[in-house]
Design a protein around this ligand. Structure first.
Ligand SMILES: *[C@@H]1O[C@H](CO)[C@@H](O)[C@H](O)[C@H]1NC(C)=O
Ligand SMILES: *[C@@H]1O[C@H](CO)[C@@H](O)[C@H](O)[C@H]1NC(C)=O
Ligand SMILES: *[C@@H]1O[C@H](CO)[C@@H](O)[C@H](O)[C@H]1NC(C)=O
Ligand SMILES: *[C@@H]1O[C@H](CO)[C@@H](O)[C@H](O)[C@H]1NC(C)=O
Length: 463
């Protein structure tokens, strides 16, 4: 008996110690350039912990600078806020101006150590020297006007200066890393930077990867490809995800559509799977629209009083036995249809009483993609469909669990471009009828149902 309880306690401790970091990114100022004060950081850190559906897991904060905005080298007030709210800090030293300015970051770090001592150290989980500095000096970064960056040798000096600054202080031994895009890490010219790090922070945004097929359907794959490429270049060091997210609003980037529905899909696919894998995650972001409107905007919460405004999408995660809880999510947008091994779409059709007694054909149309017409669909994995007539049609709150029972009315073994499929011939029934389309043999498809040329599931009434 004694043995059992001892083992129980040990297991619990180990689990706590290993728990991966979950947090958001926190800028030093609002959109109107007003510096965030200690009370603002405390408000944000508390709001993160209270984010619905997350069980208080978002207890970490990544900062970009050690300096309180608007001062030369005073320590950022987020430190006192983190101590007061028991928030874990991934510190950041901004490294993309010049050597003299970097010394201000070092000064602020040293001042913070002497001012807050062990209480500060107890909340620091890592220190990042720089943020996307190597990305900004690449041809893509320059083309995108991303601003001043830093050369690899410059970053190496800054990393060494940071190590020296924390030596023999309560912060000694804290892991020192750097944050950049995967493209910077796979670039062999930067290998020397990696050799000097304890961990790599990677920022990944499939939304911006416009030279690739970057619809939300491909986003999970695109993200993990870039994560894996970083791991492969990491010289065995841990890789933390320091920024990732999908915008809730903003312009379309190639195939990537910014919307709360898509942000929810990204959260469920990428954020939830990272958490399930116990990978350190700093999502971008809790709120980015305070006192101004960024384009695109990545905020889970819109502008306004953070404690009052509701999230723009559901941030809960499916249970590890994924289907049971995922079934409760309504992810539909009323515009786009998703048909994949884990997602089905329900289509409602209304027939008038004058159609009663006629013959109805349930058809699926997949036009050829041609430059003359807008044919908005992507098939990322081939396969077919099963079509189920539901006992009752969908409402705005229908999820997979309550979609109810139905009858299989037709099957298309394989969907091919440029084809028209007669799924079923049925007596027309007036009123609203719901049909659920399930993926068959791995079909992964996303489309916007349109009429010209017809694309999607239709009911045709014979005369
Ligand atoms: C590779 O890295 C070097 C140094 O950071 C940079 O100057 C160069 O532009 C990078 N190359 C590409 C293709 O991004
Ligand atoms: C940067 O430039 C590349 C190449 O022109 C483009 O594909 C990409 O969307 C741009 N990224 C951002 C963040 O604007
Ligand atoms: C996203 O990709 C990761 C890594 O391959 C995988 O573990 C996870 O299940 C994927 N999520 C979905 C919804 O496909
Ligand atoms: C579906 O059918 C099962 C078994 O016949 C029944 O127990 C269940 O209540 C039905 N569900 C709905 C939503 O009608």
């Amino acid at each position: 008996m004694h043995l059992t309880s001892t083992l129980g306690a040990t297991a619990l401790l180990a689990a706590t110690a290993n728990a991966a970091l979950r947090g958001f990114n926190y800028g030093a100022f609002f959109n109107n350039q007003a510096p965030k004060q200690q009370a603002d950081f405390e408000y944000e850190f508390n709001a993160a912990k209270q984010l619905p559906g997350t069980n208080g897991a978002f207890t970490a904060a990544r900062l970009y600078t050690m300096i309180q905005h608007g001062t030369i080298n005073s320590p950022i007030s987020a430190i006192q806020a983190a101590i007061n709210t028991n928030t874990q800090l991934l510190l950041g030293l901004w490294a993309s101006v010049d050597d003299a300015t970097f010394q201000n970051e070092i000064s602020a770090l040293k001042t913070a150590i002497s001012q807050y001592g062990q209480a500060f150290a107890d909340h620091v989980v890592g220190i990042s020297v720089g943020s996307e500095d190597l990305y900004r000096i690449t041809p893509t970064g320059i083309e995108n006007h991303s601003g001043v960056g830093a050369q690899p040798d410059q970053l190496i000096r800054y990393i060494q200066q940071t190590r020296a600054a924390i030596q023999n202080t309560p912060l000694a031994g804290k892991p020192i890393g750097h944050v950049d895009t995967w493209t910077a890490y796979v670039n062999g010219t930067n290998a020397g930077v990696i050799s000097n790090l304890d961990f790599l922070g990677v920022d990944g945004y499939p939304y911006f990867q416009t030279t690739m097929a970057n619809s939300i359907e491909n986003a999970n794959q695109t993200f993990y490809d870039s994560y894996q490429a970083t791991v492969n270049s990491a010289q065995g060091k841990p890789v933390w995800v320091t920024e990732t997210g999908w915008p809730v609003s903003g312009p379309q980037q190639n195939q990537a559509v910014a919307s709360p529905d898509n942000a929810r899909i990204y959260w469920e696919d990428v954020a939830c799977s990272l958490m399930a894998k116990d990978i350190n995650l700093f999502y971008y972001t809790l709120q980015d629209a305070q006192w101004g409107q960024p384009e695109p905007s990545f905020g889970i919460k819109p502008a306004g009083d953070l404690a009052q405004v509701q999230p723009l999408f559901d941030t809960s995660c499916p249970q590890r036995d994924k289907c049971s809880s995922a079934e409760q999510h309504v992810i539909g947008s009323s515009y786009s249809a998703l048909i994949s091994p884990t997602r089905s779409t329900i289509f409602n059709f209304y027939l008038s009483p004058s159609d009663d007694g006629k013959i109805c054909y349930l058809v699926f149309m997949l036009p050829n993609q041609s430059p003359e017409f807008w044919t908005p669909y992507q098939i990322t994995s081939p396969g077919g469909i099963n079509v189920i007539q539901l006992d009752s049609p969908a409402t705005v709150t229908t999820n997979a669990r309550i979609a109810g029972n139905g009858t299989l009315v037709g099957t298309v073994p394989q969907l091919n471009k440029g084809q028209f499929y007669k799924v079923a011939t049925l007596p027309c029934q007036s009123g609203t009828i719901g049909y659920k389309v399930d993926s068959l043999d791995g079909l992964n498809m996303q489309f916007f149902q349109v009429n010209a040329p017809p694309l999607g599931l239709f009911v045709m009434v014979s005369d």
